[in-house]
Ligand binder design. Structure first.
Ligand code: AMP
Length: 397
């Protein structure tokens, strides 16, 4: 496998699969959050600085059947151009004549973008003939779309096979892989994982895998109540998955057997309805009255989590501690975020990986104060589960 660090892009057209599936204002058609564009910029700049040219391809939204203006990449061309500091040409239909003429004529340092690859249903079907057509736009294939690396689509996976010796990862994917590997295979200890979020069922594979790799495992969010109930606690009307009580018990036993310090909340903030304006109380987590539900962790749990986190050398955070979207129930999640920031400033490596903890760290404006914030929700979860992501495999093999 080639490497972006050593590959000579001079005089080559790089076909880069980026993840520019960015939110767009429905009325003005302007980009409202350009995180994903900024994340791909280093790869694009590196290639044009070396004298290569760039053909960008991505999906945007979920078009139903063919072209729809609101999902056209044309809407984001100016924004991409601003972010990378280079004019970007719009190639139109990703396998249209015009696009081929444009990509063939690209000069060193020039950048163009193809229209939404999902205007063709062959994209999500992983159609080989379509992937081959896309491959004609480049001399070298660069995958820098971590957010879609878990999909075996034409542009994310199948296209790689048409570049047997000229396929590589961009800086973004490389960074994502390196940071997860740093956490999962860390020689430095203690390693702490904080797993929160709504449901234990969606995180079970990750939790079991982490038990072999971490010293501390903090459980938070809605899933904590399934653990509390499994231990015989009264959880009132809190979120629970009764089908997973046995699994929760098994996790507690496995943690004990493996010498993992499993931190389960001891106190909680309860509410009499699922609302920011609900009446609240602070109670022991195993003594929640009927009619009340736990929506955040309590102060003793916050202190216990902080103690573990600030003494960690490596930290993975996946999933919020409570309903952080509501101000009344965000203290637990804010406190974990702050503890991670403090540990990071003391030299720990911290990865915020997957879904809502990424949303939380961004909401609290702390993304720049942790080591790495993943850009791939579902992809990061699958990578943490130990699955081989098709987009990554295709470049590696
Ligand atoms: P996930 O996507 O599984 O990481 O779950 C994230 C969601 O879990 C967020 O929207 C939170 O509001 C929600 N959540 C966290 N704690 C609780 C709780 N105690 N009860 C209900 N929902 C929760």
């Amino acid at each position: 496998m080639a490497s972006i660090h050593s590959y000579n892009f001079a005089g080559k057209r790089a076909l880069i699969r980026v993840d520019f599936n960015v939110p767009i204002n429905k009325e003005t058609l302007e980009v409202t959050d350009d995180t994903r564009i900024r994340a791909a910029a280093p790869t694009i700049k590196h290639i044009i600085d070396q004298g290569g040219s760039v053909v960008l391809m991505s999906h945007l939204g979920r078009p139903k059947d063919g072209y729809e203006q609101k999902f056209s990449m044309e809407n984001i061309v100016d924004h991409v151009s601003k972010v990378i500091g280079t004019p970007v040409k719009f190639g139109g239909d990703c396998i249209g004549e015009g696009a081929y003429e444009m990509s063939k004529a690209l000069k060193a340092g020039e950048v163009m973008i193809l229209d939404n690859v999902r205007f063709y249903k062959e994209e999500t079907a992983g159609d080989e003939a379509f992937a081959e057509k896309l491959s004609k736009h480049g001399d070298v294939y660069v995958n820098d779309a971590f957010g879609t690396a878990h999909r075996a689509h034409a542009s994310t996976t199948v296209a790689a096979k048409f570049f047997p010796n000229d396929k590589l990862f961009g800086f973004l994917i490389e960074g994502e892989i390196e940071s997860v590997d740093k956490v999962l295979n860390s020689a430095e200890k203690p390693v702490t994982a904080i797993v929160g979020g709504a449901k234990v069922s969606s995180k079970i594979v990750i939790i079991e895998r982490l038990l072999d790799r971490v010293d501390n495992l903090i459980i938070g969010g809605g899933m904590a109540y399934t653990f509390v109930k499994a231990s015989g606690g009264q959880i009132g009307n809190s979120l629970v998955e009764d089908d997973f009580l046995e699994m929760a018990k098994s996790i507690m036993e496995q943690a004990k057997a493996k010498g993992v310090n499993l931190v389960i909340p001891t106190d909680t903030i309860i509410a009499d309805e699922f609302s920011n304006d609900a009446n609240t109380q602070e109670v022991q987590i195993d003594a929640i009255p009927d009619g009340w539900m736990g929506l955040d962790v309590g102060p003793n749990t916050i202190d216990a989590c902080r103690e573990v986190i600030v003494n960690s050398k490596v930290i993975l955070w996946n999933g919020p501690m409570g309903v952080f979207e509501m101000e009344s129930f965000q203290k637990g999640t804010v406190s974990v975020a702050n503890a991670i920031v403090d540990a990071t400033s003391n030299g720990a490596f911290s990865l915020i990986g997957g879904g809502d903890s990424v949303a939380a760290i961004n909401q609290f404006n702390l993304a720049d104060e942790v080591s790495y914030v993943s850009t791939g929700g579902g992809a990061m979860l699958e990578y943490l589960e130990g699955k081989e992501l098709p987009g990554i495999k295709a470049v590696r093999e």
